[in-house]
Design a protein around this ligand. Structure first.
Ligand SMILES: [Zn+2]
Length: 73
């Protein structure tokens, strides 16, 4: 099964992506995030991996249906 990462944009929108380079982001290195085109904003936003432990099932399900395809930086 495809591994997807749930991410949160600077505006607080949750979505998912299969291309987030998580391997470069250890738990202590969430830093400034990555520029992703948020499917909710329709704009490039600095986004960080969301803590899925803190999301409800509904939030998680919605995020999984919203997939960002475009990645810069
Ligand atoms: Zn957004």
């Amino acid at each position: 099964m495809e591994q997807r990462t749930v991410v949160r944009c600077a505006e607080g929108h949750l979505f998912s992506t299969s291309t987030f380079p998580l391997q470069n982001l250890g738990p202590g290195r969430l830093g400034p995030g990555r520029l992703v085109r948020c499917p909710r904003c329709g704009r490039l936003r600095s986004s960080v991996p969301a803590d899925v432990q803190e999301l409800s099932g509904g939030q998680l399900a919605r995020a999984m249906r919203l997939e960002a395809a475009e990645f810069l930086a």
